[in-house]
Design a protein around this ligand. Structure first.
Ligand SMILES: [Zn+2]
Length: 269
């Protein structure tokens, strides 16, 4: 049976001398893996539409739940992401995360949309601070996977706009300074543990109010406006670190590509 789907190639694996499997993130069928014959030839028929970062329309032959490519036509490619090392590494991280979060045959139109929006922003809006893009993507992707932290109010007392918030990475919530102090006192009394040990063990990250606002925005803004926010440059590292730590801890997964990523502030005009 032939099926037609639109999807983003998020990964590829060599299958033989002249064939590869591609991982395609689709809206209709979630992630699927398809065999591409003749793929390794430089001028193969499908070379330009089946590489990583290609968003294409695929005609697939399906048999017993396995897919073989019959035809493909490119809709959009994001090859401009290769313009510099940091952008390419960040884009590689984005598609690895999408690949990791997507589930075979489980439709996930929002994850595909988030991934395409992010690649589009990285390839077309060169002035964007990529540290903000990375953090906002992580928060939104966590949210789409049902792992959003509750950032609406302090879990202890319900205060909505604390002077400073502490993000509990493990529990996925925030505490105000008063509730934080109370937790520390209690914990010290019970376990004879030092404050810094407690904060490290539970991964409690202090967040300035604008950072908390930016994290809320990343979770709840309209998808089309996700990358339309700014943050004082001094606070960007705090935002970026909190988002990354939260994402990796909640997923309980480390993405090796992150070890190669060290994003710097955007250059001034
Ligand atoms: Zn509180």
């Amino acid at each position: 049976m032939l099926v037609t789907v639109r999807g983003l190639v998020v990964g590829e694996v060599v299958a033989s001398d002249n064939a590869k499997y591609i991982h395609v993130l689709t809206a209709e069928r979630g992630k699927l893996s398809a065999l591409v014959r003749g793929a390794v030839r430089l001028r193969g028929r499908f070379t330009s539409s089946t590489q990583v970062f290609c968003y294409s329309e695929f005609v697939l032959y399906e048999r017993n739940g396995k897919y073989t490519l019959d035809d493909a036509s490119l809709i959009e490619n994001y090859f401009s992401l290769c313009r510099d090392y940091d952008t390419l590494t960040l884009a590689s991280y984005i598609i690895s995360a999408a690949d990791y979060l997507s589930v075979d045959e489980q439709p996930d139109a929002e994850l595909l949309r988030l991934t395409l929006n992010t690649l589009w922003a990285l390839s077309h809006r060169e002035k964007l601070d990529r540290r903000l893009v990375k953090g906002a993507f992580e928060m939104r992707a966590a949210g789409l996977s049902g792992l959003a932290p509750d950032l609406t109010a302090c879990r202890g007392c319900g205060k909505r706009e604390p002077d400073r918030a502490y993000l509990s990475v493990m529990d996925g919530c925030i505490y105000c300074p008063d509730c934080m102090a109370e937790r520390e006192l209690r914990s010290r009394a019970e376990n004879d543990i030092r404050v810094d040990e407690l904060r490290t063990a539970q991964i409690l990250l202090p967040l300035e109010p604008p950072v908390l606002m930016a994290m809320r925005y990343s979770l709840y803004s309209e998808m089309g406006k996700l990358y339309s926010f700014s943050l004082d440059g001094k606070l960007v590292p705090e935002f970026a670190a909190a988002c990354e730590k939260y994402f990796e801890n909640q997923l309980d997964h480390h993405f090796p590509v992150l070890d190669m990523l060290n994003l710097s502030p955007p250059e001034k005009d």
